[in-house]
Structures are given as C-alpha cells and as structure tokens.
Design a protein around this ligand. Sequence first.
Ligand SMILES: [Mg+2]
Length: 228
Amino acid sequence: MAKYDAVFLDVDGTLLWVNLDVEGYVGDLAAYSKSGPLTVERASGPVWESIRRHIKENIKHRTEEDLAGFKAENARITAEALDIVAPVEVLTEVANRRISFNPYAESVRVMRELRSMGVPLYVVSNWDVLLPGILDDLGWTGYFDGVVASAAVGVEKPEPDVFEEALRVSGASPDRVLHVGNDPVTDVEGASEMGIDAAFIDRTDAGEHPRAAVTLPDLAGLPDFVRG
Ligand SMILES: [Mg+2]
C-alpha cells in the first residue's frame, strides 16, 4: 500500500522543460525580413518575450478558438518587433514549430513506476487549454487519470481552486495526496495551504523548502518516497 492515494504532477520544470529554437525561427522567417538580415542575436529577445507574454496571458483564453486568436496576435506582435512581414498563418505555424517540450531523462521511468505501484497520477499545471494535446503528442496521456490545466479552471496555482478541481477530479482526500512541483510558491505553498503534502523538485539547487514534505533534486527518488 502506497503512502498516498493520488499524485499530482506539475509539468514545466517538473516533467519537462520548454525550449525555443530561435535559430530555426530565424531560418524560417529570414526571407520575410524587411530591414536587413534577421539574426539570432536580434531575434532572441522578442521571441522569448513572446513566450513570457503567452505564459502571462493564456489564462484569459479559455477555449481553443479563443487561444488560437491570442496566439496569432502574439506571433504578429513578435514579428512586428523584428520588422518581419509575413502572412499570420506562416507566423503562427513557425511559432508552433519552433517551440519544443522536452521530457527530463527520468520522467517516463518515474511515471511508469508510480503507475505500476497502482498510484493514479493527475497533471495539475499552470498551462493553456492545449495541454491535453501536448501530453498526447508526447505519448503521455495513458499515464494520467486526469489533467487539470489552469486556463480551463480560470485561475492559476497557487489559487486553491486549481487544487480543489484536482481533488474533485481525483476523488482523493487532501491528506492522502502528494503534489509534485518545482515552484516554491505555486506548487509547494499552494499545495500546503490546501493540506496537501508537497514534493519540491529542486532542479536548480535552491535548497530544502521548509513547507515541503520532501525536497528532491529530480524525480528519481519519488517512487521510493511515495512507497513510504
Ligand atoms: Mg513548474
């Protein structure tokens, strides 16, 4: 019998990291540059800024259609900052192609091991409404009994509503749940406030979190902790 009835998992910084291929972006759009050659050096700032804008504002767009409109506008703003003039379909297609979601080395092994212990897993993430599709593209859908994305709930962690929705979906009692995440505030404090144990995944060596039930350098030690 495991120590927990359910494990909640954050995504970015916990199961995978997000990368932007600025060089690829430049290669794709160089031909549309209206003021001299487009370089990686020049493009880096605006391209990464577009991701920050996406992270900050996706919560306002609660349907795929609405989000698609925001993504197109975001791609257009980025292009404008770089003096690129191209059809908006081209801009959004390039923006989609040049972002990647990269699993940490141990992520799949750990999810499998937790599943083999009979512990249901739930994604609890500050993410836009496209998260289920991204997990599906990674081949991860089968690992999870449910996906709770902030944009679908309408608020972000550490707000209690996100954890409440995950508790509702899982049917688990807070004192029998472990939430796993890399953010000291949104994950560790957010879960703790709900009476949910938190595992702090400290990939940047920030040091032990006083409110975490456990602090781990990566996910590798998670199955042993959940086993108790
Ligand atoms: Mg995270």
